[in-house]
Design a binder for this molecule. Structure first.
Ligand code: MEV
Length: 325
């Protein structure tokens, strides 16, 4: 039975600004989504009958990407991510489902992570009304640490370019990777789920509206871009203190874009005394925060006390892969 696993992601820097062409830095995390497909008498998803209109990512991949007209499939999905929470669950689902479908249709071929990243990005864009950067999908497909930007970023390895027509105009991104130095690889991320979903499409639209109504807020995008470059330099140099400081600064800028919530701020503040840095991760408006730390148990406890649900991960897990069941 063709089966594939794709990791979730954690954005360290640059969420929202990346939609406007600025750089973002994200790492693949240990948790993710496993999807398997097998022929069946009727279309099924997780044991229930499959309604394509309720699952835009999956139906886009079946219909538009593979133009599949074969026998019905039973699609099994197993996720260790909080869904709709800024952890890239729909990107991981799209990558894992794309890989499982590809392997079902081409059993003897290897999967191509770049091809999958593009398939998954088109699924995200369709589901998010044309507003989706390739950050989540590229990080889940390639794994490790991914830098997405409107232009090439010095000190990174260029992997591929991609573009999208959005309601705000045409966008182009360069997808790059960087190695995670040993010191950074020894640290932990603790991701704290606030308990409410993070509606990415709605939050991206909210920021677009804010920028159009208050054009000065565009300066905050520039501030995030500068923090992202500083954070990337700190990461590449293995300077954990500077990396944490940049995360703290990024949180303040995201607050000014009005994407934080009281609960997310409380969790960030609870984590900070035991962390190198802490911030919202992903679209905000709910969803998750993340802390960089040497003491993941202590940070997890602090997040729990603040009412969140913690999840520990190292930085930079392997990207999408086939699994043999
Ligand atoms: C979502 O994880 C991050 C955002 O920057 C949206 C996107 O990149 O598509 C808010």
């Amino acid at each position: 039975m063709p089966s594939a696993f794709a990791p979730g992601k954690c954005i360290l820097f640059g969420e929202h600004a990346v939609v406007f062409g600025h750089p973002a830095v994200a790492v693949a995390i240990d948790q993710g989504v496993r999807v398997s497909v097998e022929e069946s008498e009727m279309w099924k998803l997780e044991g229930a009958s499959f309604d394509p209109s309720r699952h835009p990512h999956i139906s886009h991949i079946i219909q538009n990407i593979f133009q599949y007209s074969g026998p019905p499939l039973d699609i099994d999905v197993n996720s260790s991510l909080f869904s709709a929470a800024g952890m890239g669950s729909s990107a991981a689902l799209s990558n894992a489902f794309g890989a499982a479908m590809y392997s079902y249709l081409n059993p003897d071929e290897e999967i191509d992570a770049v091809k999958l990243a593009k398939i998954a990005h088109s699924a995200e864009a369709t589901a998010q009304k044309g507003r989706a950067s390739p950050t989540d999908t590229a990080t889940s497909a390639l794994g490790g640490c991914v830098v997405v930007s409107g232009s090439e970023v010095p000190g990174t390895r260029h992997v591929f370019d991609t573009s999208l027509e959005t309601p705000e105009g045409s966008r182009e991104w360069s997808i790059n990777t960087v190695d995670i130095p040993q010191g950074v690889g020894d640290a932990w991320l603790v991701i704290g789920y606030s308990g409410t979903g993070s509606p990415t499409g709605r939050m991206v639209a909210k920021v677009a509206k804010l920028i159009s109504e208050v054009p000065e807020r565009m300066e905050e995008m520039e501030a995030i871009a500068n923090i992202t470059r500083a954070g990337l330099a700190a990461l590449s140099a293995g300077n954990l203190d500077a990396l944490g400081m940049a995360m703290d600064a990024c949180h303040e800028s995201l607050r000014k874009l009005e994407v934080s919530t009281i609960k997310l701020d409380q969790m960030v503040n609870a984590a900070r005394p035991h962390s190198l840095g802490a911030k919202i991760t992903g679209a905000g408006g709910g969803g998750c925060m993340v802390a960089l730390t040497h003491d993941p148990n202590r940070v997890s406890e602090a997040i729990e006390v603040a009412g969140g649900r913690p999840l520990m991960t190292r930085l930079g897990a392997q990207g999408v892969r086939l699994q043999h069941l």
